[in-house]
Ligand binder design. Sequence first.
Ligand code: ARG
Length: 596
Amino acid sequence: MKKLLDVISGEMQAAFEAAGYGEAEASSQLGRITLSNRPDLCEYQCNGAMAGAKKFRKAPIMIANEVAGKLQGSRFFSQVEAVAPGFLNLKISEEFLKKYLQEMSAAEKYGLDMPAKPQKIIIDYGGANVAKPLHVGHLRSAVIGESIKRICRYAGHEVIGDVHLGDWGLQMGLIIIGVKERHPELVYFDESYEGEYPAEAPFTISELEEIYPASSARSKEDPEYKAQAMEATYKLQTGVRGYRALWRHMMNVSVADLRKNYSSLNVEFDLWKGESDVQDLIPEMVQYMKDSGYAYISEGALVVDVKEDTDTKEMPPCMILKSDGASLYNTTDLATIMERMRLYHPDQMIYLTDKRQELYFQQVFRCARKTGLVGPETELKWIGFGTVNGKDGKPFKTRDGGVMRLETLIRDTKEEMFKKIKEGREMSDEEAKTVADMVAVSALLYGDLSNQASKDYIFDVDRFTSFEGDTGPYILYTIVRIKSILAKYVEQGGSLAEKEGLELQAAASDAQKQLMMQLAGFNAMMESACEETAPHKVCAFIYDLANAFNHFYHETRILAEEDEKQKKSLIALLILTRDVLETCIDVLGFKAPEKM
Ligand code: ARG
């Protein structure tokens, strides 16, 4: 379905042409209509007469007047006004708006057109490291990645989400020697053992999560200890049986815990692959890079130059192997790219990490292109997100200055939400808890997603969990309000079934018209949120929509409306508003309760 702004811009363009401003190619954009930046004066505006003035050597107001003249009686506009120095101030016709919304209600996906050629997109997000607890820094990667996945899927693309676990590096060695120190008697460390290894893991997730930080801290002070960890990593990577068996336990225990944490944020991955999955591809890839002459030895290490003539800042070569022959983070990412090309041949690969990995991804992408691992038909995109800060503007920490675990953050938000839900509501603890959990997720997700990804933001539990303002709970509150009006309508004998003549009528008030215009922007918004991988656009849209709805609600008698046809029209509008809001929160990754 054509976007509303395109429809009316087309009409405007025709008016420019009819007024004699059509022939020049520069005029093709003259009819472009935008939302008004003076909503007190008009709903939409067109600045084409200003833009055309120079070209046609005419005062803009004269052009504007002529164009306005051509639009008198247009079925698209109820008002077209040329104002000094040459703007066209527009109001849309209520009748046209009504028809547009009727068509939108009946259309697949509320009029969002599906792409002629759907893309296959891989999103690499989450990025958890095995046996390391998720911390607040992991929130953004998971939440933004999940939303982009859902938005692109909704927009008709095939999207595969991969968590890309950090499961192969030094942290594995650190854990192995940590376990060994605590339980040297375990059979995994007996290198002469040839039997089956126990099916049960020798540790729980809490033990694992305790071992890693302790081991990691110690390795920083104790070079001997670090050397042991490196050796253990090497043994694991070269396939020593006991180490592999122990590693598999770590994977199982850790992945089960990660699944639990991610699913509490409604984050779901299609693939649970990790760095370890592509290790077998590395020798082949390295050989290829050497044979084709891209990789060469520099100071003992194997590198690929990725500098380009136009670079203004330093661009170090991409290191493929260290001088001791060990592979690196880069190596694994390149091998993963190679595997993804072979298995999926995607049109796009999108990565989400924090902003500090920018240079790293530039190097990796350039290397992948230069060496031909990725052809020009595949787009590589990196999205760097900003930091989650505390109210002091510094990275968010626990009260005693430690790293904030994601689990704790989620728990605290749920508790805060529970308190707010209990305040002034008659609800059993059990019901309040279910509702609070749902609303808390909206608070966290919306609090994050409503910011442009690249910006830092301040994590403020009080603000995020508030029922007022630009927050998740406010959006849910609005949806629940609509649901409860609809429920009352049914209680009073109304029916919401489609065949019940719930037909939208032309707006009967300004507030209703504002709401209808906001709804009509859905397809354009979703299209650009997908193209620009920008969940914050969905947030901005539903915040405006919720405001428009609440304003309408306060101005309008809905259930008390006496004219039956008008009442049904209002109910139809409520249904559409609810459905559009619920579609939007679904792509953001959360849901609304029935009551709150
Ligand atoms: N595990 C990494 C980290 O904690 C993030 C992985 C991001 N994805 C990637 N393909 N490199 O920094």
